[in-house]
Design a protein around this ligand. Structure first.
Ligand code: IPT
Length: 953
């Protein structure tokens, strides 16, 4: 008896080969040739497996009128067909390369089109797909064109022979899973679909095909050399430079160079017999010299971010305005570099980087991270059968993007292990383009790469690398260092950015880094606000690890971005407040300070008393100048005074308006005097109450009930905070993860034992012991209350008992107010700050509301503290702190915040909960990197702090 075997007709899906039928890759460009966008509504049919349906839908005459429609570009799972799924590095299917599951969602896409009037009769035509995840098979008018993989890379097909003037039928079958999925295991949502543009390009007779613009800059002569190598000969003109040369012919002329800080582009034209191609030429030379990455002869410091493409409704189908929004936000926050983690972006993004000025590390669409769980066994990057696919990906990236001045480094991919395939890619890239450097973090010995790159290395290790004490191969020791990922911006944080920046700036070898990452990939969701991993019922998922950006999913900057902006500002302002001596240093790599105007202001108790312009010479990069501030205005004795010096855009620029703040510093002058009201009032019994000055207490428990007419509930010591993602930490981090340890110790369920309520001559003293069940550690806490007629003072003394092995999340008091809306304070602001995220906290008089003080982290967690608060007014009370305190106010308790999974779980109660903290634990970056540095740990130690409450009503 013989068994009949069936072979799936979709065998190409599991073929390691990159594809069949596509044209060789080439440069991306705009020209005067006709083009037709095929974006729009397409007919769509979803099948559960790759071969559930035959290919008759591709035949002309097939009636798809009953099929629903999807938007192209788009992902079908974000348009009501199936659901997105998030895993960090786990493959959501069994690891058995190149095989993929039988359950392989397959989307048949159908589009009819006519050629527009005036479409030329002669010449060829090319059909271009800019991005399809993960594998597509294409037919035009019933004829198969081929199939391809490489989701974030362009693929073109020659179609002239098949095109009709009217009634063309374009059919595309897209499989969610393919052999290519093994190469695309980036930490992001799995989002199948035709998610970038589909375009029909006319290719005129004598049109350009591929060309390579070589535009270098010699910083010694100030001249640029331009040579355009073109497949099809033609002439190159750059009118502004009076350049008119043949292709292949070099010309050297005096030019202004391109840099990210001074993105000078020259418009030009490549004219072949049949086509005029627009060129935007930026002259710059990238070199590895003296062990440093140099551009135009100078070493650069990357102040970068890792950018995934993300839109909360459209996923990775980005429109140009969204891309521009990213670039503008980056420029306005002093970011100078982007790593296109972990795939080449939509090509329009690179046009914007050329135009506005950002250094780009262009990364190939390659990650095989899931093989780590099997010790990299069977990694496609070390298996020759896959090498053609890897080389295809490298070529598609380099050929598409090679004419962008912003691209200074090619990256082979991310987290793809090591192997001969990677070496082959690096060799091919070096051979094809020797004008840029090659990066790959996984190449620890730098055998194939030109820069030593790491991710999440702790500060101390980075410092050692800066000093050249890191060891490593001979080759690596001679190379510059970058952190291709650091500062994990998941939830609240990242902490420690300023400390990294100080280290980067202390050693030439350290050429900066790229914060992980730019944007939270939260999916807009009707019930949850923004959804993350697990919210779509995924079998395997990595939760909110997908929300780790400097901007929220809707691109609102998070406090992390504000902090980063301050830390990387390109002007350093230091000085001495009392003498009014200021030193301004230009920390740009290329630009002088002529674009900036400086301004001084003088604050008395946080209010600006006077301000004026400050004349600063247009310093060249690295140069400093000493300038003198004017004589300070008079201030009342006991007032706190300071200078604020700001560097602002002097004129509108393409990315920022005149007056936009680029850098600033504050210089203290006179310190404030603390107010200690005399204890003139005496406690007096009043039935069940005890009265002291403006306050009423419960006579039995000593609990505060009211201050003046303001009711106060639940005032007591508080050490708990809803652990941040960085408190929770990542399992692979070697240092202690305090979030879980705090919970294990029971810091979220502290019991308050009342040991005594003592009424002395002028004071009410309440003695307590605060400790978790089942533990011997405790905080002896004494509340001492005194008052004058109108002011109530609380002095809190905390004495730890037992063997405290852990730092505390926070240390302070919390209480509830019946109502509070507006908040005014003198202290750090306007935004949130924690001990290692407070560079951007500016001392001043700030006004906000309880609601506006919340930071909407996609997964709720501790947030919203304001640092260094001298006094605050809210809910009918003024609180003066001695010393300064951290202020937090919210309409829910810490316990509710802790329990919430999404912002929509938080509903305001009747009470506003206020925390006045003497200390807060640092934030760190442990959700993927190192924890808070030791100097930001909040140790349990004897502490005393006090507050004065005054009713304002
Ligand atoms: C690193 C990845 O490169 C990046 O894609 C992202 O997953 C990041 O971590 C965490 O958000 S890999 C890290 C586990 C060392």
């Amino acid at each position: 008896m013989s068994l009949r075997t069936t072979t799936p007709s979709a065998g190409y899906v599991e073929d390691v080969a990159p594809g069949r039928g596509a044209l060789p890759p080439r440069a991306r460009y705009a020209s005067d040739a006709a083009r037709l966008s095929l974006n729009g509504d397409w007919r769509f049919r979803l099948s559960p497996t790759a071969d559930a349906e035959d290919d008759s839908f591709a035949e002309p005459g097939y009636d798809a009128g009953a099929w629903p429609q999807v938007a192209v570009p788009g992902h079908w799972v974000l348009q009501g067909h199936g659901a997105p799924a998030y895993t960090n590095h786990l493959y959501p299917f069994p690891v058995d390369p190149p095989h993929v599951p039988t359950d392989n969602p397959t989307g048949d896409h159908l589009r009819h089109f006519d050629l527009p009037d005036g479409w030329p009769e002669t010449g060829d035509a090319v059909l271009r797909f800019d991005g399809v995840e993960s594998c597509a098979r294409v037919w035009l008018n019933g004829t198969e064109l081929g199939e391809f993989k490489g989701s974030r890379l362009p693929h073109e097909f020659e179609v002239a022979q098949l095109l009709k003037r009217v009634g063309n039928v374009l059919a595309v079958r897209v499989h969610q899973w393919s052999a290519g999925s093994y190469l695309e295991d980036q930490d992001q949502w799995w989002l199948p679909g035709i998610f970038r543009d589909v375009t029909l390009l006319h290719r005129p007779v004598g049109g350009a095909r591929d060309f390579f613009v070589h535009a270098s800059y010699d910083h010694l002569t100030g001249e640029g050399t331009l040579r355009v190598d073109s497949d099809v000969p033609g002439r190159v003109t750059v009118p502004e430079l009076s350049v008119d040369i043949a292709t292949g012919e070099p010309v050297t002329v005096a030019v202004e160079p391109w840099t990210a800080e001074t993105p000078r582009l020259y418009e030009g034209v490549l004219a072949t017999e049949g086509e005029r191609v627009a060129l935007r030429v930026g002259f710059r030379t990238v070199a590895l010299e003296d062990g440093l990455i140099k551009v135009n002869g100078r070493s650069v410091l990357f102040k970068g971010v890792n950018r995934h493409e993300w839109h909360p409704e459209r996923g990775r189908a980005l429109d140009v305005e969204t891309m521009r929004a990213d670039v503008l936000l980056m420029k306005r926050h002093n970011v100078n570099a982007v790593r296109t983690s972990h795939y080449p972006p939509h090509p329009a993004f690179l046009d914007l980087c050329d135009e506005y000025g950002l250094w780009v590390v262009d990364e190939c669409d390659l990650e095989t991270h899931g093989f780590v769980t099997q010790s990299w066994r069977d990694n496609p990057c070390d298996d020759d059968r896959w090498t053609p696919a890897l080389l295809d990906r490298a070529a598609r990236m380099v050929e598409r993007d090679k004419n962008h001045p912003s691209v200074v480094v090619w990256s082979l991919g991310n987290e793809a292990g090591t192997g001969r395939g990677l070496t082959a890619m690096a060799e091919w890239i070096h051979g094809r383009d020797d004008s840029r450097l090659v990066h790959y973090e996984g190449d620890v010995d730098c055998r194939d790469t030109d820069v030593y790159s790491r991710m999440y290395a702790p500060h101390a290790e980075v410092d050692r690398i800066g000093r050249g004490l890191d060891g490593g191969t001979h080759k690596r020791r001679a190379l510059p260092f970058i952190l291709c990922e650091y500062g994990h911006a998941m939830g609240n944080g990242p902490g420690g950015l300023a400390d990294y920046q100080r280290i980067f700036e202390s050693h030439d070898r350290l050429q900066g880094g790229f914060v992980w990452e730019w944007i939270d990939h939260g999916v807009a969701h009707p019930e949850l606000g923004f959804a993350y991993g697990g919210d779509f019922g995924e079998e395997l998922h990595d939760g909110n690890f997908v929300c780790d950006g400097l901007v929220f999913p809707d691109r609102t900057p998070s406090p992390g971005l504000t902090e980063f902006k301050k830390v990387i500002e390109p002007v350093r302002i230091d000085g001495d407040g009392p003498s009014g001596a200021v030193r301004v240093t230009n920390t740009h790599d290329f630009a002088d300070l002529s674009a900036l105007a400086f301004e001084w202001s003088y604050q008395v108790d946080g209010e600006t008393a006077e301000s004026g312009p400050l004349s600063v010479p247009p310093l060249t990069p690295g140069e400093s100048a000493d300038v003198k501030l004017p004589a300070p205005p008079d201030a009342p004795t006991g007032a706190e005074t300071q200078w604020t010096v700001r560097a602002l855009l002097a004129r509108d620029t393409p990315w920022g308006e005149r007056g936009h703040e680029v850098a600033w510093a504050q210089l203290p002058v006179g310190r404030r005097e603390s107010v200690v009201p005399a204890a003139t009032a005496s406690p007096a019994a009043d039935g069940p109450l005890l009265r002291l000055g403006p306050a009423a207490f419960d006579a039995r428990t000593g609990a505060l009930r009211a201050v003046g007419g303001v009711e106060v509930t639940g005032l007591r010591l508080d050490v708990w905070r809803a652990p941040t993602d960085n408190d929770e930490g990542a399992p692979w981090q070697p240092d202690a993860r305090y979030g879980p340890l705090w919970r294990r110790l029971g810091l979220h369920r502290m019991q308050h034992r009342l040991d005594g309520v003592e009424v002395g001559g002028d004071a009410l003293t309440v003695r307590t012991r605060v400790a978790p069940a089942a533990a011997e550690v405790a905080l002896r806490t004494v509340y001492r209350w005194t008052a004058d007629g109108n002011r109530l003072r609380l002095c809190v003394s905390v004495t730890p008992e037992g063997d405290w092995q852990l730092p505390l999340p926070r240390l302070g008091i919390r209480f509830g107010l019946a109502s509070a809306d507006r908040v005014t304070w003198f202290g750090g602001g306007p935004g949130e700050a924690y001990p290692d995220t407070k560079a951007a906290s500016k001392l001043g008089r700030w006004r906000s509301t309880v609601d506006a003080m919340q930071t909407p982290y996609v997964r709720p967690q501790e947030n919203g503290a304001r640092a260094d608060v001298r006094w605050a007014e809210l809910g009918g009370l003024r609180v003066d702190g001695d010393p300064e305190f951290w202020l937090t106010a919210r309409r829910w308790t810490t316990e509710q915040l802790d329990a919430a999974r999404h912002l929509t779980d938080l509903t305001p109660g009747g009470t506003v909960w206020v925390n006045l903290d003497h200390g807060q634990m640092g934030i760190g970056s442990q959700s993927c990197g190192p924890g808070a540095l030791p100097q930001y740990h909040l140790h349990a130690r004897p502490s005393t702090f006090s507050f004065v409450f005054t009713p304002t009503g």
